[in-house]
Design a protein around this ligand. Structure first.
Ligand SMILES: [Zn+2]
Ligand SMILES: [Zn+2]
Ligand SMILES: [Zn+2]
Ligand SMILES: [Zn+2]
Length: 457
């Protein structure tokens, strides 16, 4: 059956899921509802539920998990160990062989998932993580059930790291938990997807964002990563996290326009206000001529030099990321602004990915520091640049315009807020649908906007 943009294609609850440790005591461990008083499991004192019903529904897995948690109490295992433990309990119960869903197109068992265990065994970081888990498991499982063989553990671990996804809150501010969805895992990746998924608590909804000929997973492509990057960064990330080389249309035939913009450097012709593009893919150190005047830097030395400046700016971007992760917002902002000023003066064109990313960190630091005016200025620039490069239906773009509109409204930049919310509405109507709480929040903000504008005229 054909589907149009915005139509729901598929909905499901996870095969396994855990609430992230940061959300503990805030949300129900089973349904992720936020309630005032959560009821703590009287046996392990770790999991909390909004209602007896949730506790009963979770008991199938928690019954054994509860005993395991008591083995290591008062310590609580990390999120990934908890997710793996839940998978092992389902394995012990024989659930890994069961086909979930009645729909033959989407039916799948945990056993059917790809594990990439060969790649994972060769991946230093993930191997290390696995061996750490291997050390912890015997104490955690204790006498609760027989410890599965190392082969089963590798398989389960591999399927977990490849197929699990983060459940984000509505505005993509926090990660609420981690889960595995069996039906959705049948959909392959594309950097130019024709479907998107959203969450409403633990329920996943897949919607078409383009016309699709059949609502079957083989015809649908979602994006596994944030696609707002040049092709060489997307390809690298997909290889690193999912062990495949992306050959989607965006990474092969259609990549030039985005790559050219995101690697832009000011045109060397001082009378021209446009840009040249640095090719940063395998044809390293070559260049796209200016989009307007067709000029290129006259010597190969100059081209070389531009690539050097690129490498430098990339290392600044990593440094800002590091400062931000360390939580020092003042240093993050100071460093970012210093570099932005330098890059702007020297060579950089506004849609350059390193420039945008550094600006995005400056914006996040301003939000943390509650410098709202400045945060809005940066947010306006980042959102508009990104939208110019990716004018398609993209959840992250839609949500960034929603957040921008909200902040602009708060700062009395009402007309600007109205414009931002309009962009957000066009995107979120398709990605989230009119009944999703995010969309309702948006409509609410638009109404406030209209009211302010009417009162002021
Ligand atoms: Zn609940
Ligand atoms: Zn318990
Ligand atoms: Zn791709
Ligand atoms: Zn030019």
């Amino acid at each position: 059956m054909e589907k149009s943009p915005g139509e729901i294609i598929w909905q499901e609850q996870p095969y396994v899921h855990i609430l992230s440790s940061q959300m503990r005591q805030e949300l129900c461990d089973y349904c992720f509802a936020r309630v005032e008083k959560l009821k703590t499991c009287s046996s392990c004192h770790v999991l909390r539920y909004c209602h007896r019903k949730c506790q009963q529904l979770d008991w199938n897995v928690h019954k054994l998990e509860c005993k395991c948690l008591k083995n290591v109490s008062p310590e609580i295992p990390t999120d990934s160990i908890r997710l793996l433990l839940r998978l092992l309990i389902r394995h012990k119960n024989g659930d890994h062989e069961k086909l979930f869903s009645d729909d033959p197109l989407w039916r799948r068992s945990f056993q059917d998932l790809m594990s990439h265990s060969v790649d994972i065994k060769q991946d230093e970081e993930r191997s290390k993580q696995f061996h750490y888990i291997l050390n912890v498991l015997p104490t955690l499982i204790g006498q609760c059930f027989p410890l599965p063989s190392t082969e089963i553990l590798w398989e389960t671990f591999g399927k977990m790291v490849i197929n699990s996804c983060s459940i984000q809150d509505e505005e993509h501010k926090d990660i609420l938990g981690t889960a595995i969805y069996l039906g959705a895992s049948r959909m392959d990746h594309s950097c130019d997807p024709n479907a998107v998924f959203t969450f409403s608590k633990t329920k996943m909804t897949v919607r078409a964002i383009d016309h699709v000929t059949a609502a079957a997973p083989q015809q649908l492509f979602i994006s596994y990563i944030d696609t707002r990057k040049p092709s060489w960064e997307r390809i690298k990330e997909l290889q690193h996290r999912y062990y495949f080389h992306c050959r989607c249309s965006m990474c092969t035939t259609k990549c030039e326009e985005v790559d050219r913009m995101m690697s832009s450097i000011k045109c060397p012709n001082s009378e021209c206000n446009s840009f040249i593009g640095l090719r940063r893919d395998e044809k390293n150190n070559s260049i796209w001529p200016c989009i307007k005047c067709q000029k290129v830097p006259p010597t190969s030395e100059e081209i070389e030099n531009l690539h050097k400046i690129w490498d430098e700016s990339y290392s600044h971007r990593l440094k800002v990321d590091e400062l931000y992760k360390q939580g020092d917002m003042k240093s993050t902002l100071q460093f970012a602004e210093n570099k932005l000023c330098y890059l702007r003066k020297r060579h950089f064109y506004k849609c350059n990915v390193n420039y945008i990313e550094i600006m995005d960190f400056a914006k996040d630091a301003c939000i943390q520091l509650e410098f709202w005016e400045k945060a809005a200025d940066y947010m306006e620039k980042v959102s508009n640049e990104i939208f110019e490069i990716f004018p398609t239906i993209n959840i992250s773009v839609g949500l960034s315009f929603l957040k921008l509109g909200k902040l602009q409204l708060y700062l009395d930049r009402t007309q600007k807020a109205s414009n931002s919310l309009k962009v957000a509405e066009k995107i979120l109507r398709v990605t989230h649908g009119p009944n999703h709480s995010v969309y309702r929040l948006l409509i609410d903000l638009q109404q406030q906007c209209r009211m302010f504008l009417e009162n002021s005229s």
